[in-house]
Write a new protein. Structure first.
Length: 270
């Protein structure tokens, strides 16, 4: 090989050499490359979702709370029932989307299941013209404020009760939530019975059972009704919680409009 050929080979070798090269550089394993790419894709997908504040979630729930929210008219015909259905479905979607995108671990699993079950029940009732007619018939009682006000009082006292539950010892909170919910349901149904009659009380009791009965049974197995709460739950705490529901004293302004923020707070602190 003459000198010209030797020089030509050196030039070609330099051309083929990477621009930035390090003889000590370790080759990245293929699986690490895929993990890195996946992490980048996930991070890019998350950029498009902004988690809501607790106040915004409260508004999502309040947007379809026909008992507490005075801006929601009591429906008088099928079209108005369908409008309420649409608003309820939108509000539940807001909560469900948030749970899927922003909640984690067991909190996510609980919230998604409860909200999905509620949504399925609402979708079934709203899709059936006969169910809509039945709902419109029973809800007419709520037009009379002398009958609706005591029902709203049950809701407000339940929020006050759950605010108290959220501050007690963590070991008592699940039981407090279970027993408080049973007592709230009794308040609602007894009040509807007195103001709207037994037929409407049975209707709304069945609606509550269909909406939350299965999940309550799963979470509150040891405290599945008021009788078991009387027998098994911490008596000092239970007496205090019942007193909140039974009191005739005025209730101060709540921090939130619905139970959603309180439930999320307790789940996060569990």
């Amino acid at each position: 090989m003459n000198n010209d050929d030797f020089q030509q080979k050196k030039i070609e070798k330099k051309k083929n050499r990477p621009l930035f090269s390090n003889s000590n550089e370790k080759k990245i394993p293929e699986n690490m490359k895929y993990i890195t790419i996946l992490a980048i894709i996930i991070s890019l997908l998350k950029v498009g979702w902004s988690c809501r504040t607790i106040e915004e979630l409260d508004e999502c729930a309040y947007s379809f709370d026909i008992i507490s929210n005075p801006s929601i008219p009591i429906p008088t015909n099928d079209q108005e029932v369908q409008t309420l259905c649409s608003n309820t479905q939108s509000g539940l979607k807001c909560l469900n989307d948030e749970a899927k995108e922003c909640a984690k671990g067991s909190i996510k699993a609980i919230l998604v299941k409860v909200i999905t079950d509620l949504t399925d029940g609402i979708n079934h009732r709203c899709a059936d013209p006969g169910e809509r007619t039945e709902f419109a018939r029973h809800i007419q009682c709520f037009h009379d404020d002398t009958k609706a006000a005591p029902i709203r009082n049950c809701v407000n006292r339940h929020i006050a009760m759950m605010e108290r539950v959220s501050t007690i010892d963590k070991s008592l909170r699940l039981g407090g939530g279970c027993c408080g919910s049973h007592y709230f349901r009794k308040c609602i149904i007894d009040t509807i019975q007195a103001g709207c009659g037994g037929d409407s009380a049975d209707y709304f009791n069945e609606m509550i059972e269909a909406a939350v009965g299965q999940n309550m049974e799963l979470m509150c197995k040891e405290l599945s009704d008021i009788g078991k709460c009387d027998a098994k739950y911490d008596q000092t705490t239970w007496t205090e919680l019942k007193a909140i529901m039974d009191s005739n004293e005025p209730i101060g302004e709540h921090q939130y409009k619905t139970l959603i923020p309180i439930i999320i707070k307790m789940l996060k602190e569990a």
